[in-house]
Design a protein around this ligand. Structure first.
Ligand SMILES: [Zn+2]
Length: 324
């Protein structure tokens, strides 16, 4: 994910007081709801991912992660395939083998939702305070790279029994940030590749929505609505649905006002593949792109809450006929 291009606009069109009242009303569930997702298990998944070490595109760590994830998702009943392509390392020009991982649940359902997270990690902690670490330190990417994957691993326990008309694909994109220099190197290689292929040769099924999960593990979680997602007419209803679900469940970490505008994997998915897509991201994370982006700054509670909102929202999807 790239630096936001516009500053934080928290209050938006309404006053802070009004937003506070709206939040309190929406957050009050009719009956106490309990989260079926398991925070300890979700945090365990995050630790398993981080224990691999750095997972940048084309690295042995990425290979190990793919093996871990494929075994996990297949054990729970998913169909796992890879979309392979080549990229160029912007530092030195070497070829880098890339692979997006597609994890399909209920592939027989032709009306589908695409859930997306990047599973590569940035090559270096280039925003670290220590200049030596910026050039040669280790970047674990617990929140930035690990958290979205951990939410999917936890959600996978519930996907086989997902009721309703929609099937779900988890898309783990490679090369989100094979980036050494923000001003030189391209972001979103995996999602751009996926979007290009999808638009060139549309499959027989259709994605009704796309949802990107990025940096959703911060132990101090605050997820504002992302500004691109709310500005696009086709993804705005999706943002509304997801935040309304969070309000219904009483997950107050989803704040019902507009925050940063972020460049992330939702751009190619929405603009090239034409899938209405939103970005769920907590950008306000101090260890971002530093060697401190480790699991100790994340929490299982945050991962489980985000997963719960997504799971509840998926369960509430109606058939296309009912929605019309
Ligand atoms: Zn990043």
């Amino acid at each position: 994910m790239l630096l936001p291009v516009v500053g934080l606009v928290l209050a938006g069109a309404c006053s802070m007081g009004k937003c506070g009242i709206a939040l309190a009303e929406e957050a009050k569930p009719a009956a106490p709801a309990t989260n079926p997702l398991n925070p300890q298990r979700a945090y365990g998944y995050l630790n398993d991912i981080c224990a691999i070490g750095p997972r940048m595109s084309g690295s042995p760590g990425m290979k190990k992660q793919q093996e871990l994830l494929q075994a996990h998702f297949e054990k729970l009943g998913a169909k796992v395939t890879y979309q392979e392509f080549m990229a160029i390392n912007p530092l030195g020009g070497a070829k880098v083998p890339m692979a997006n991982m597609l994890v399909e649940w209920h592939p027989d359902r032709k009306d589908r939702v695409l859930l997306v997270a990047h599973y590569d990690t940035r090559p270096l902690p280039d925003r670290d305070l220590d200049p030596v670490k910026r050039r040669s330190g280790t970047f674990i990417g617990a929140n930035d790279g690990g958290s979205g994957v951990a939410v999917m691993m936890e959600l996978a326990n519930f996907m086989p029994k997902l009721q309703g008309p929609v099937g779900v694909d988890f898309l783990l994109v490679d090369g989100e940030e094979l980036v050494y220099d923000d001003n030189r190197d391209p972001y979103f290689l995996g999602s751009s590749w996926f979007a290009k292929k999808y638009s060139e040769k549309p499959p027989e099924y259709k994605y009704r929505w796309g949802v990107v999960l990025d940096m959703v593990g911060d132990s101090d979680l605050q997820i504002y609505q992302e500004k691109n997602s709310t500005s696009w007419h086709d993804s705005r209803p999706l943002v509304k649905e997801i935040w309304a679900t969070a309000g219904k469940l009483g997950v107050k970490e989803f704040l019902p006002s507009v925050g940063y505008q972020v460049r992330d994997d939702h751009l190619p998915l929405r603009n090239t593949a034409k899938i209405p897509t939103c970005d769920i991201i907590d950008f306000d994370y101090l260890p971002w792109h530093t060697s401190n982006d480790t699991a100790q700054h994340c929490s299982g509670a945050s991962l489980a809450k985000v997963g719960w909102v997504i799971y509840e929202w998926l369960q509430g999807q109606e058939s296309a006929q009912a929605a019309n």
